[in-house]
Design a protein around this ligand. Structure first.
Ligand SMILES: Cc1cc2nc3c(=O)[nH]c(=O)nc-3n(C[C@H](O)[C@H](O)[C@H](O)COP(=O)(O)OP(=O)(O)OC[C@H]3O[C@@H](n4cnc5c(N)ncnc54)[C@H](O)[C@@H]3O)c2cc1C
Length: 400
């Protein structure tokens, strides 16, 4: 599966930061983490902190999958609005999922500050704007339920949004907690830090076969090496759906483009993630090197061959839509790219054990805030390994 077009912005910006050997012999470990993207980096970090013996492998180089294509907006807000999620899973459960997003962003902020990781992390606010008159009615309903659960929200009228952000819309929810990050760099730095603490990492090492039931848990790589372990944690991204009988997500393509540096924007826009209520939604955020990153235009076309060719056309569309809502901003494109994306029926991730595999856990943070879900897995996975109750794991379970 091609997870992204060739010129993902973060890979071009940073280059290949760290490279590791491929596995060339049989080996044993306590926990095997499959996947060295942002999810594998966060999960292996938390397991190392808890004192587990961890080995991480990736079939590509580190963070060359979706994590080099992501636009890395960190939002507590799930693709399914709270009032709709409440109808699907109950109001208390839905509010717990939304609150978990706020906690996750704060947790990541703390980790990055404590470990002094240079990865463009910035705490921001988030503005969810109504793109039409009709959607404003629904958005006000959404504001009321978020306010009831004290999610740190304010309602802004269209006039206030125009005055403060220069943005055309029909009203908006302003949320206190959000952030942006360079997830590619964060994944690399976190993995490198744990290598220094004794974690083993092998890239260009693909799992081909495995036995994940009974006493003998092992995987066999494409080159014929065996890795024996107690548990396997799959942090293997969108490609993982091929391993599961349960249809957990629909895959499609999503597109993004980034402006040249030093784009002229209001200070408020620099500090705020913006997304709208259209379907598919348009979203934007600034980068720490002074660019505006715009994304959206999702398409169901799922053939790699088209991904490369239609991205220019999609980037033009993104810029046209940007001009409609931000008429005073001049956006000169520097790069555009596309990536595979997955969405689940309720916007929630799948984190935990699949009934098909006894000795494995999965961290599949599908959806618009996949990274925020991966941060939540940093608490869920250790709890599940220790057999402890974890409230979120009920909502994120397989077979729901
Ligand atoms: C354009 C775009 C914009 C996005 N914007 C946002 C956003 O704003 N906010 C947000 O939170 N999320 C966003 N996402 C989603 C986000 O990118 C993903 O949630 C996140 O990158 C997933 O990270 P991951 O580590 O799980 O997957 P990946 O980064 O894909 O890592 C999985 C790794 O597993 C490896 N692997 C797979 N199979 C095997 C195997 N058999 N053996 C060994 N290794 C294997 C792969 O090589 C890969 O490196 C966006 C995605 C795209 C494409």
């Amino acid at each position: 599966m091609r997870l992204r077009t060739f010129e993902s912005f973060w890979l071009l910006k940073n280059g290949l930061l760290y490279s590791y050997p491929s596995l060339q012999k049989n080996i044993e470990t306590e926990i095997l983490v499959i996947g060295g993207g942002i999810t594998g980096a966060l999960t292996s970090h938390t397991l190392m902190e808890k004192g587990y013996r961890v080995l991480l492998i990736d079939k590509r180089d580190i963070a060359q999958g979706s994590s080099s294509a992501t636009t890395s907006m960190l939002q507590y807000e799930i693709d399914v609005p709270l009032h709709q999620l409440a109808e699907m899973i109950g109001e208390d459960a839905a509010a717990a999922c939304y609150k978990a997003g706020i906690k996750a962003i704060k947790k990541l902020s703390g980790i990055i500050t404590n470990l002094k990781i240079d990865c463009g992390f910035e705490n921001k606010k988030s503005l969810y704007v109504a793109h039409s008159k009709d959607s404003a009615t629904d958005l006000e309903k959404e504001f009321l339920i978020r306010d009831k659960y004290e999610l740190g929200v304010k309602w802004l009228t269209a006039e206030v949004v125009k005055k403060q952000y220069g943005l055309e819309c029909y009203g908006a929810i302003l949320s206190d907690t959000a952030a942006s990050v360079d997830a590619y760099k964060l994944a690399h730095e976190l993995i490198q830090l744990n290598v220094k603490r004794g974690m083993l990492v092998f890239d260009q090492t693909e799992v081909e076969k495995f036995n994940l039931t009974g006493d003998q848990t092992f995987v066999v790589t494409k080159t014929g090496c065996t890795i024996k372990c107690k548990k396997v944690i799959f942090c293997s991204g969108f490609e993982t759906i091929k391993l599961l009988k349960e249809k957990i997500a629909k895959l499609f393509y999503t597109y993004a483009c980034v402006s040249e540096q030093d784009i002229k924007l209001s200070a408020t826009l620099h500090n705020t993630l913006v997304w709208d209520t259209a379907d598919p939604y348009l979203y934007m955020r600034t980068t720490d090197d002074g660019r505006l990153l715009v994304g959206g235009e999702d398409s169901s076309v799922n053939f790699s061959i088209f991904q490369q060719t239609i991205k220019e056309h999609k980037s033009d569309n993104l810029q046209k839509r940007l001009k409609e809502i931000l008429p005073d901003v001049t956006f000169n494109e520097d790069f555009s790219w596309a990536g595979t994306f997955g969405s689940t029926k309720d916007g929630l991730p799948y984190i935990g054990q699949s009934p098909e595999y006894e000795n494995a856990l999965f961290v599949l943070g599908f959806g618009g805030n996949g990274i925020t879900f991966s941060i939540q897995a940093m608490d869920i996975i250790p709890d599940l390994l220790e057999g402890k109750f974890n409230e979120l794991s009920q909502y994120y379970r397989f077979g729901r």
